[in-house]
Design a protein around this ligand. Sequence first.
Ligand code: NAP
Length: 293
Amino acid sequence: MTDISKAGTYKLGDRTVKRLGYGAMQLAGPGVFGPPRDREAALAVLREAIASGVDHIDTSDFYGPHVTNQIIREALHPYPANLTIVTKISARRGDDGSWLPAMSPKELTQAVHDNLRNLGLDVLEVVNLRSMHGIHGPAEGSLKPQLNTLADLQRQGLVRHIGMSNVTATQIAEGRSIAEIVCVQNQYNIAHREDDALIDQLAADGIAYVPFFPLGGFSPLQSDTLASVAQKLGATPMQVALAWLLRRAPNILLIPGTSSVGHLRENLAAAELELPADALAVLNGIAGEARAA
Ligand SMILES: NC(=O)c1ccc[n+]([C@@H]2O[C@H](COP(=O)([O-])OP(=O)(O)OC[C@H]3O[C@@H](n4cnc5c(N)ncnc54)[C@H](OP(=O)(O)O)[C@@H]3O)[C@@H](O)[C@H]2O)c1
């Protein structure tokens, strides 16, 4: 079995977690809506993650909605003491599965209570405020009322740490003036590198950066360069994409998503994959190729 501790650790709030974690979004049904096709398989993925040493799981109550959190609870509760479950709030799902903003104080408070109930927790370790000013990417706009609500919930003891998601550097600065921000979760991967400067700044500030869509998301990464580097290293393209992220900056925590035990094992094995300097140089050019395509 892979030793995922080989990828190292980083701090998340007042805990230290392994840099290879797991993102639970793929456990709900198609389109992250409704129940999974195979509930037993979803439970098995979570149990395998924990058995493999994963101590950081990313989720949200709007996956399903409610479904993913209920599966996490069924598979893992009572939770191992070292498991950090990170959730996110500020969206809701329409009857057709659409992703809608839910950023009012009342909706945010309700979302925290929904997460607590469905996960079976008294306090949420980390809650990310997911900006819905932009649905598909960060868009400027104040998040002050939302952060104040979350800080209130923190003072009430329902939330231990606060993070932000789908946000700009300006919004993070605003967040840090209201509460301690322990992590930022934005879209980033080997081909999608808009956050390069932000990652370096957060690393200097000691804040975890947790890329979502580390494998490309709903359309997993496809690149001839990635495939040829992987072949030379005797690895898979997905493993190389994750190993590249681990090398990119020390504050990057990975939460690749999968609904399959086989893919989970494959992804966790990236912890042991070394990237020689020549491979790294080739891989660093992939973002330019993606822009040119
Ligand atoms: N803050 C936000 O706005 C936001 C948005 C999206 C996601 N997230 C979080 O980020 C986490 C990761 O994102 P994600 O799951 O959407 O995207 P991802 O990790 O980039 O990729 C998941 C996709 O890759 C496939 N996959 C996984 N491992 C594979 C492998 N070894 N070989 C081939 N295909 C593989 C999965 O299919 P299979 O199921 O078939 O393996 C799935 O289609 C989510 O779980 C969620 O917690 C946050």
